[in-house]
Design a protein around this ligand. Sequence first.
Ligand SMILES: Cc1cc2nc3c(=O)[nH]c(=O)nc-3n(C[C@H](O)[C@H](O)[C@H](O)COP(=O)(O)O)c2cc1C
Length: 487
Amino acid sequence: MLDFSIISELQIPKIDLSNIEWPRFDLSRIRWSQIPKLRIGDSVAKLPIVQGGMGVGISLSGLASAVANEGGIGVIAANSIGMLDPDYYARHRDANVVALRKEIRKAKEKTSGIIGVNIMVAVTDFHALLMVAIEEKVDMVFLGAGLPIKGIPVEELRSARVKVVPIVSSARAAGLIFRSWLKKYKDIPDGVVVEGPKAGGHLGFKEDQIDDPDFALERILPDVVAEIKTYEDKFRRAIPVIAAGGVFTGADIYNLFKLGASGVQMGTRFVGTHECDADIRFKESYISCREGDIEIIKSPVGMPGRAIGNKFLKDVSSGEKKGIKCAWKCLKSCDITNAPYCISLALDNARKGVLEKGFAFAGSNAFRIDEIISVKELLQELQKQYLCAEEKGAGRLRSEYEKALEKLVSLKEEYLIGVSSLKDEYEMGIEKGIATLREEYLRSMDKIRSLKTKYVKAVDDANFLKKELIELFERYSLFNRLNTEEI
Ligand SMILES: Cc1cc2nc3c(=O)[nH]c(=O)nc-3n(C[C@H](O)[C@H](O)[C@H](O)COP(=O)(O)O)c2cc1C
């Protein structure tokens, strides 16, 4: 007999929906309206905005202290700062050291906020300027125009609590600096500025990369963030990535934060402030320029640069050689015999407003500046725009989230329906299975029964035949015997 108890023992799978965690977020606990602070080592800026160092003499103690007073990070540009001294050509490199020390002290008198110094690795007195920053205990140094790897006095920097922030234009450069520091100094820098090709001043890109979308800030920033992340994990220390180049509005800041930036560095916008240390004619050249006036130049430093085109630059590019008075080859890579002009002198002239004998470095957005405002106004405007962008972003996020929740609810319902119909089908399936099996069994039993009848009948027939045969045989034998006896 078939055993149907096996089938009834089969278990219907039990899925306990109460065990499934459906995400529940409390949106009301998220604070949407606050611009994030920027922490670099032990310095915390109320605003995540670094005023980019601008040489020669564009960002000195005036601009840097104004930015620091408003909660940003103010930066004094150190390169050729000695040109402020009328005796520069007599005192050259010493003038730089003296002027930098003086500007740092002046800035510190005007603010208790965060002050940094920007030093180009490419300048001949890089080390001497770095030592001044250490001795004057500035909060941090921003090191660009070259890789700050060799001869960095890390111990002195650490004991003076001066944070180090290299400026790079690629994840590769960032990786190289961090790897080398780790190997050489068993330490890593405290942050990174990643400067994209829309920036003003010297650019860390080849000319054909400047307009290539693959090198846009929005492309290189996430790569730098990813590169730095490995060091953050290893050292269990936050290393902010600060985005620079073409940052103009608070919405730009918001968008860069979405791509992983923890802060921004801005130069061009700070030129359009009352506090910027350049002559008013320098600032006015920003206000009067149009988009098409901003051009890429070949700097004697050996890097491309972005500036507002003028007669001086036109003369130079058509082959004219300007008078050069070189004090002491202030730039390591400057080929003074072949250079058509002295870049430090041209920039210093521009700072003084003598644009016929120089030119203004400027970011690609300089043409958008149409008035000079205070640093306070600028930073308030940027914050307002940031919060507005964040609110819009948050609104978008909230509606996306709500849509996702609705979808989740309908998915849950679908799932529940699915599971219960599966259960029904399964049970039905089993019942159907049993029923089919039972029918088959009964059919087989009928078949067997008819077969048995047929067989029994066949056996009966055979027995009958056998009996008849025996009788026949017996009758035949008797007949034979009788006949023989008669013969
Ligand atoms: C007039 C000017 C001078 C600059 N000088 C320097 C400099 O001496 N060292 C440096 O690392 N960057 C320099 N920069 C770059 C800025 O620090 C900053 O990173 C850049 O301007 C950011 O781009 P943005 O101008 O579009 O905001 C300069 C930029 C300008 C506009």
